[in-house]
Design a protein. Structure first.
Length: 263
DNA sequence: ATGGTTGCGAAGCAA
């Protein structure tokens, strides 16, 4: 099973690129964030033409998440209560084949200490609570998306330059770690210990070409899935060319064949 | 140097 996540920064603006990438990268499941569209505008037919079912949780101008799957979609959940709903259309879950997939767009937080920052910490805390209530770390569970937190200093281009900024504060990292501590593994870090692997680069100032980015888009796998993960990468080529998103897709390959028919 | 760029939507906000 090939699974990917991509903050597309408007699916309306990015649809041609997303469709081309689906055809090229051939993921079985693609989680999208920041679709920035209402459910009525979601281009389900375009995905269907490529053999994918899709489910979308949108609100219009901001946020919006989707799961696109050619392994089927079951048990779709788009309402989770509390901050997970109040913060906007930021979370969507569905079973794709044997895997319970979550597409997440964690609030940005804006400024450390702001009300938006508090909401971000609460969102992450409630995400962990939702996992506790709804499933088990012994099951095949994936939580992926734009976490808007760089887990460690090696995940940002220059920790000193970002001191005091959002995405790297101890509070945010602890809140993300609490999600991981439920029983999830950061897939890319299981393969790539080095610094310099990023998934987001500011549009401004040529940040991408200066390699001034952060790794904030994560694929988090429960242990049974992490044990079967054979590849994890950021497709940074998707940050190049005409009208890119400011995020690149993150992709993993999971060897689920040995699980039998349900895999 | 509070800059710079993109998207939405039609000015300013969010990221």
């Amino acid at each position: 099973m090939r699974l990917a996540t991509w903050n597309v920064n408007s699916l309306g603006a990015r649809l041609p690129r997303v469709l081309a990438w689906l055809a090229e990268a051939q993921p079985d499941v693609l989680c999208l964030q920041e679709t920035k569209m209402a459910d009525g505008a979601f281009p389900a037919e375009a995905f269907a033409e490529l053999g994918y079912e899709a489910t979308h949780h949108g609100q219009g101008q901001w946020n919006g998440v989707a799961i696109v799957s050619r392994l089927g979609l079951a048990e779709v959940q788009r309402h989770f209560g509390g901050t997970l709903d109040a913060a906007g259309a930021r979370l969507l879950a569905a079973r794709c084949g044997s895997v319970l997939v979550h597409s997440v767009y964690v609030p940005n937080g804006r400024e450390v200490g702001s009300e938006h920052f508090v909401e971000k910490l609460r969102f992450l805390a409630e995400l962990r609570s939702h996992l506790e209530r709804s499933t088990s770390p012994e099951d095949l569970v994936c939580v992926c998306g734009d976490m808007n937190v760089a887990p460690e200093d090696r995940d940002v281009w220059d920790p000193a330059a970002l001191a005091g900024a959002t995405h790297v504060s101890p509070e945010e990292r602890q809140a993300l770690q609490a999600v991981l501590d439920w029983g999830l593994v950061d897939a890319l870090r299981a393969f790539t210990p080095a610094a310099g692997v990023h998934s987001w680069w500011d549009y401004r100032g040529g940040a991408f070409h200066k390699r001034q980015g952060m790794r904030i888009d994560l694929v988090l796998l429960s242990r049974p899935l992490a044990e079967r993960c054979r590849l994890a990468l950021v497709d940074r080529n998707e940050r190049k060319g005409e009208r890119p998103s400011d995020h690149a897709p993150v992709l993993v390959d999971l060897a689920l064949d040995e699980l039998g028919p349900s895999g």
